[in-house]
Ligand binder design. Structure first.
Ligand code: SOE
Length: 376
């Protein structure tokens, strides 16, 4: 067993999801590499120590630069707000550390380019956490598409709907609501939610050629959680766009934090010549599949309960019929990263792959801003 010493930066919701994945991966997926929870880094010492004690990190740091100097850290996990990704990743690459970066890769494409150059120049392993690819039902969709079962693809549709910012009293900035602060997040639903939809779409259906988008900011001013002052809201609260894929299919994407009743409703649907499929995060272990070649008397949408050992990742879990959940998508991503270290094959999505998602996000925001179609 080769230890893989992890230095985690940040302890929010994603810090937990990733830490849990490092702790679990080897129990279910064999690898020569074995993650060790070596150091947890966060500015607040008490909170960092509490998180470290709770999850079993061996040590803490309060300055990420100090952590990068340590020889006993092999891989750095960046779970900070988006505005810190670039600086930390570039310094970590210079220090020769592997990097696992939370999505989206960067604030914008220009930053992402610099990050790609840094990891490629340094030759360090790198990956971006786009976890929904690793939902077994979504991986099964990829397999069915790659096998050609859908034939020519005509339509790709995806939504990511939430409702947590409808109340105008929700503040902007601070640990819990930095996603509403353009200075920390870069963009609103485009970088936070549509980035997931775009990553999956590029993976399932190939490149996006051009986009036409509309965005809206429904609450124009909010109180800053740290200063108590009112400030203009500069992120997109909602975004819809249509696009052409390189394969000739049409895409339709929508995301909002103002869809009352929807908490994290990520859905996607792909319509092909021979078959269609659709998936829904709220029922994540099911893949809906319609195959036009079925005998017409029994033809219809099937609801595949993706829990069989023959289906992606599921052979490593329980017995057929018993499902898994959200946290397992991160465990799969760690397992795939460890496998990439075992085999020497790059992990996916790499920074370079995630840069493609960033380019689409930038084109979407530019299109909405200029009210014009934009090439990616
Ligand atoms: C926002 O509410 C959020 O937590 C995103 O930041 C995550 O990436 C998404 O998976 C769920 O929603």
């Amino acid at each position: 067993m080769k230890p893989l010493n992890i230095g985690m930066i940040g302890y929010g919701f994603m810090g937990k999801a990733h830490t849990n994945a490092y702790a679990q991966a080897n129990h279910f997926f064999e690898s020569e590499h074995h993650p060790v929870l070596k150091a947890l880094c966060a500015r607040n010492k008490e909170k960092a120590q509490h998180f470290a004690d709770n999850w079993g990190y061996e040590s803490i740091e309060t300055d990420w630069r100090e952590m990068l100097k340590r020889d006993d850290i092999d891989a750095v996990d960046i779970c900070t707000p988006n505005n810190l990704h670039k600086e930390i990743a570039i310094e970590a690459a210079k220090a020769g550390k592997m990097i696992l970066c939370e999505k989206p890769l960067a604030m914008n494409t220009a930053e992402g380019e610099e990050m790609c150059k840094a990891v490629e120049d340094a030759g360090v392993a790198n990956m971006v956490w786009y976890n929904y690819r690793r939902v077994p039902a979504v991986s099964l969709a990829k397999k069915l598409i790659d096998e050609g079962r859908l034939g020519q693809i005509f339509h790709y549709r995806a939504n990511f709907l939430q409702d947590w910012t409808i109340n105008a009293d929700v503040p902007v900035g601070g640990a819990a609501t930095w996603r509403l602060d353009a200075e920390a997040a870069g963009s609103g639903v485009t970088g936070d939610l549509l980035a997931h939809c775009i990553d999956t779409a590029l993976w399932l259906n190939g490149g996006i050629a051009d986009v036409s988008a509309v965005t809206e900011t429904f609450v124009k001013e909010r109180v800053n959680a740290e200063t108590g002052e009112k400030q203009p809201v500069k992120i997109d609260d909602a975004c819809s766009f249509m696009c052409h894929f390189d394969n000739g299919s049409l895409g339709l994407f929508e995301s909002t934090r103002y869809a009352r009743g929807h908490k994290a409703l990520y859905t996607l649907e792909v319509n092909g010549e021979h078959a269609s499929l659709r998936w829904d995060l709220h029922d994540l272990h099911r893949l809906e599949y319609f195959d036009h070649s079925d005998d017409s008397v029994v033809r219809g949408w099937r609801s595949i309960h993706v829990s069989d050992g023959d289906q992606p990742y599921m052979g490593n879990w329980w017995v057929p019929g018993l499902q898994i959940g959200y946290e397992h998508t991160f465990i799969h991503q760690v397992a795939d990263f460890l496998k990439s270290l075992d085999t020497g094959e790059p992990a996916s999505p790499s920074f370079r792959e995630a840069l493609e998602t960033q380019k689409v996000c930038d084109a979407v925001l530019a299109s909405a801003d200029e009210r014009a179609w934009k090439n990616v």
